[in-house]
Design a protein around this ligand. Sequence first.
Ligand SMILES: Nc1nc2c(ncn2[C@@H]2O[C@H](COP(=O)(O)OP(=O)(O)OP(=O)(O)O)[C@@H](O)[C@H]2O)c(=O)[nH]1
Ligand SMILES: [Mg+2]
Length: 448
Amino acid sequence: MAKYAAGQRTGLSDVWALDVEGGRGGDGCVSFARSGGSATRGGSLRNFGRPSGGDGGRGANIWIEASDEVSDLGGVATPLLRGRRGQSGRGDMVRGKDAEDTVLRVPLGTVVRRLPRSTTEEPDTLTREAIEAARNVATEGISLEHEAMKAHYVFYPGWEDRGEILEWEKQAARTSQGRRLLEQIGRRPSTTGDSASSSTVIDVHDMIEPGQRVLVATGGQGGHGNRWFATRDRPPAKFASRGLAGEQCRLELELKQLAQVGLVGAPNVGKSTLLRAMTRARPAVASYAFTTIRPGIGVLAFEDGLQIRIADIPGLVEGAAEDRGLGLTFLRHVERTRLLLLVVDLTSNAPWCGLDTLVRELSAYKADLLQRPVLLVANKADAPQAKQNWDRWWRAWTATSPLAAIHDDLPEELASLRVQGVMAISALEQKNTERLARQIRQLVTMHE
Ligand SMILES: Nc1nc2c(ncn2[C@@H]2O[C@H](COP(=O)(O)OP(=O)(O)OP(=O)(O)O)[C@@H](O)[C@H]2O)c(=O)[nH]1
Ligand SMILES: [Mg+2]
């Protein structure tokens, strides 16, 4: 627990821990059909009609859902999350309603680890106290068993006869049907499926798609109404079973920073080539647009051990914010980054012209993306036609700012970009890429 206090940030990722408990099932109901005008309450045994108690509803399941509408784990800042109880059954065989499920929404990129809930955390003194208390109760003439009964059964008012239950349980244990019923009401260990509390299996889920859901704790089954406990010898069963406890587990939620640096640019400008040049990642490179269809992440590793993750993001086109091209899928990845490398192609006629489209798409998706520091990377500097373009840009850059000089009426988005530097490189021939790596490092660590 100490290791992951809620909200504690570890390194580049956020890890939160919490316990979850599916809701308890609703209790079964003890009631009797009114027959021939006899009372159903307080009457003599003979006056009880047919048992008609409905079953309890299921307790709330607890789900984790990936959502692109939340951006941090602040919504799960609670040490314990318990699902709602199922509704209790009612007379006339009316089943209680299942509780509405609880859905915890987490940002895309969250990793959910499910661990068994630790039972060793309870101090031993608690157990000792419980035994002591039970002993006192026992000496007062009420047996321990009776207390246990109350945790499992609901009694008809005024008929707390545990003898009847013990008798029923004994009979039930003789038939397979009865044993199954004992299992269902939690009076016999289950023979089917493994119990979550004793399991040491850890399951891990990557929450990457919006709407993706994982069931982390099932709600407890509702109790059985008294009609289940009627036997030929004793038709008016005066007890029902209680709802079962929900599944319990411990969750560790980790918000992975998918990458600290995002490579953005129009299709075919050489983003994947640049990632290959700087990291060991091997994204596909080809001379046509949309070679990259999924964001790939490469690790820029420095000699002193520092690692910076760079995401190669599929080419951005106009309309991306409305999900055109590969639109939203990759814009979500951009959202997590701390530094943007805007890559332009020095071999195109006007390399910088695409920039305003690019920036407009970014800001249409999320205006505050433009608050990120930006490095302008002019790629393909090795090509013959690059020099002229670069010279123009470089002159402009030293004169005023790179963007103000090339646009007569500078769009607002471009004017507000936080440009930290402009650099000509050749990703293909790995020229200037080391310098770029150093600059990336400086900016990422500065904006941590
Ligand atoms: N001359 C030259 N060509 C380059 C350079 N970098 C990339 N290219 C070429 O440009 C083309 C596109 O490169 P990619 O790395 O696939 O471009 P991309 O930006 O990832 O493209 P998409 O994934 O389609 O968005 C390929 O033919 C590369 O060989 C460079 O520095 N110089
Ligand atoms: Mg690519």
